[in-house]
Structure formats: structure tokens, C-alpha cells
Write a protein that binds this ligand. Structure first.
Ligand code: SAM
Ligand code: DTB
Ligand code: SF4
Length: 317
């Protein structure tokens, strides 16, 4: 009974916060941001797609699902030396996190997993935060990744539990939560967030936020992706979201998960610098930089640097 009341209270608080007059919402988000973080700093992260395409899952947004004709070229697990070259270049450009993504339903238990462990070890040795996203993970795999020096594991909830089956049918919300639990139990930081603009309602976004904010510990990073419509996928013609909805969600996330790196993730290449600046003011403090996310474009590292400079902000070191 008590937990039910707590849940209702949290739900109410999130909704009320999201609906505040915008200046008040931004003020509260800034206040909390400043109490917990350096609000003038942005972390640069670099992504590398270490296994691309031919994924058996049916995520309706994804360029990498084998079920849709997206024209994406399949690339097997990358050569370690090539990934390490990318990691070195990322570090030289100011990235403090290097995230390796594989289009797997679940991490395999074979020599490919051993290769990923080795990549994690090497990125760690370069003094960057190694992060991977490999799909579902067992406890044992999470422990092996921890032992290799993994800093963070990305596994998104993507949307609310209610809306989940509208987007993905080949796994359940509970599968997602189980992997997150395995990662937490192994002592690895969780990076988990979602996508806006898949046809979900505001209440789905807030319900996802409620699930994230209720985690113990709360996720150390929360990527907020805006759908990049991929021709050939079922969501290719989804209606775009409004800028103000993005800003409100970022501010509410900052208030509810004060210590997280709130990462302005996919879809940023299509945003004006002014919108991105507004997102930083609302509490976003991390971006993916470089030329590409996994398969979709970014605005490029030079533009990222000049934008941060123009805003008088600094890159987290
Ligand atoms: N296969 C792993 C998984 O599903 O967890 C890792 C890679 S997957 C591409 C990582 C995340 O990228 C997804 O959970 C989703 O949130 C995001 N993503 C994928 N395609 C996207 C798109 N077209 N627009 C926005 N975000 C996207
Ligand atoms: C996340 O939430 N955003 C990053 C990271 N996790 C792996 C990747 C987004 C991928 C966007 C689609 C693409 O580039 O293929
Ligand atoms: Fe596969 Fe991940 Fe894309 Fe889903 S989001 S199709 S699991 S790569």
C-alpha cells in the first residue's frame, strides 16, 4: 500500500513539474543542475558502431533491424585495431567517453564477446570511460565486462511500458529491466533513456521517466534521443515532436535525476544551435560528437566545438 502511494506521489510530482510555466521549469532545473553539476560544462562522448546491421529484433525505429529494407550495409564485428584508432582520435578531440555499440539482440557467449572485453580493457587503458551497448546481458557477462574495466552500459527503455509493444514485439519491457538489474548488480553504471517522436504521448514519456527515476541507484546517464526517421522502417513518416516538448522533458529529467549526465543524443544534427543551447540551459550536459552516431549523422566535431565556444561553455575534461 505504502509503495503504491509513493508511486502515485512521484507520478504527480513528475507531471506537475513538466507542466510548470516554462520559465519556472527552467529556473528549477537550473537550480538543481547548479547544485549538483557544473552547469557550464558539456561532456563529449564518441560512439563507434562495432557491429552494424542484420539485427534480429524488430525495433520499428531502427536502421539496423534485418526486418526492414533500410539499405544499410551489414558489417561484422570490427577489427580491434580500427576501433582503437577511433578511440585515440576521439580522445584527441576531447571525448572522455568512448561508447561501442553492437546491433545484437543479446551479447553472444563466444570469442566475439572476448574481443569486446579486450576493446573495453584498451579503452580503459587510454583513460577514457569505456561504455558498450550490446543488447541483453546475463549477470555473468555483466561481471566479465566489469572486470575488464567497463564504466557504463547503455540499455534504453525507449518509452513507457504501456507503449513498448507498439514499437518492439521481439522482447518485453521486463527483459530490458532484467538486463539493467544485471548491470547494476555487477557494479557497472547504467546509461538508460529513450526516444521521443515515435507516436507516443507525453504521458508515455513521463512514465518512462518515472521508471528511470525510481531505479536504485538512478541511472548515471540518461540519453534523450529524438527519432531520426529512417526510410524503410515503420516509423519513417512519424510526426516530428515540438521543440518545447524536448526542452520540457530535459528540464524534468534534470530535476528528477539530478546527478545524471543528461545526454542530448540522436537527432541533434537536425536541431538549430539555439535549440541545442536551450537544451543545455534546461540541464542537458552531454553530447555525442564526431561525424556519426551509429548509423545516423551528427553535425561534426568542428561545429560542436565552435558551438560550445560560442555559448561560452566548456568541454568536460
Ligand atoms: N542493440 C542494442 C540495443 O538495442 O540496446 C544497442 C544499439 S541501439 C541502436 C541503441 C539505441 O539507439 C536504441 O535503444 C534507441 O534508443 C536508439 N536509436 C536507434 N535508432 C534510432 C533512431 N532512428 N532514432 C533515434 N534513436 C535511435
Ligand atoms: C543512445 O541512447 N543513443 C546512442 C547510444 N544510445 C548508443 C545511439 C543512438 C543511435 C541513433 C541511431 C543511429 O545512429 O543508428
Ligand atoms: Fe537491434 Fe538495437 Fe536496432 Fe533494436 S535498436 S533493431 S536491438 S540494433
Amino acid at each position: 500500500m505504502e509503495t503504491l502511494t509513493l508511486k502515485k506521489n512521484l507520478q504527480e510530482k513528475i507531471k506537475k513539474t513538466y507542466q510548470l510555466p516554462l520559465p519556472e521549469l527552467i529556473f528549477q532545473a537550473q537550480e538543481i543542475h547548479r547544485q549538483n553539476n557544473n552547469a557550464n560544462e558539456v561532456q563529449f562522448c564518441t560512439l563507434s558502431s562495432i557491429k552494424t546491421g542484420a539485427c534480429v529484433e524488430d525495433c520499428k525505429y531502427c536502421s539496423q533491424s534485418a526486418r526492414y529494407n533500410t539499405g544499410l550495409k551489414y558489417e561484422p564485428l570490427s577489427d580491434e585495431a580500427k576501433v582503437m584508432d577511433e578511440a585515440r582520435a576521439a580522445k584527441a578531440n576531447g571525448s572522455t567517453r568512448f561508447c561501442m555499440g553492437a546491433a545484437w539482440r543479446e551479447a553472444p557467449d563466444n570469442e566475439q564477446f572476448d574481443q569486446v572485453l579486450s576493446m573495453v580493457k584498451q579503452v580503459k587503458a587510454m583513460e577514457m570511460e569505456p561504455c558498450v551497448t550490446l543488447g541483453m546481458l546475463t549477470k555473468d557477462q555483466a561481471t566479465k565486462l566489469k572486470e575488464a574495466g567497463l564504466h557504463s552500459y547503455n540499455h534504453n527503455l525507449d518509452t513507457s511500458e504501456k507503449f513498448y509493444s507498439e514499437v518492439i514485439t521481439t522482447r518485453t519491457y521486463q527483459d530490458r529491466l532484467n538486463t539493467i538489474k544485471n548491470v547494476q548488480d555487477a557494479g557497472v553504471e547504467v546509461c538508460s533513456g529513450g526516444i521521443l517522436g515515435m507516436g507516443e504521448g507525453i504521458e508515455d514519456r513521463l512514465s518512462m521517466l518515472e521508471t528511470l527515476a525510481s531505479m536504485d541507484p538512478q541511472p548515471a546517464s540518461v540519453p534523450i534521443n529524438v527519432l531520426v526517421p529512417i526510410p524503410g522502417t515503420p516509423l519513417e513518416a512519424a510526426d516530428p515532436i515540438e521543440d518545447i516538448e524536448l526542452i520540457r522533458l530535459i528540464a524534468t529529467t534534470r530535476i528528477m535525476i539530478p546527478n545524471a549526465r543528461v545526454r542530448l543524443s540522436a537527432g541533434r544534427h537536425a536541431m538549430s544551435e539555439t535549440l541545442q543551447a536551450f537544451c543545455f540551459i534546461a540541464g542537458a550536459n552531454s553530447i555525442h560528437t564526431g561525424e556519426k552516431l551509429l548509423t545516423t549523422p551528427l553535425q561534426g566535431k568542428d561545429k560542436d566545438r565552435s558551438m560550445i565556444e560560442k555559448l561560452g561553455m566548456s568541454i568536460m575534461s
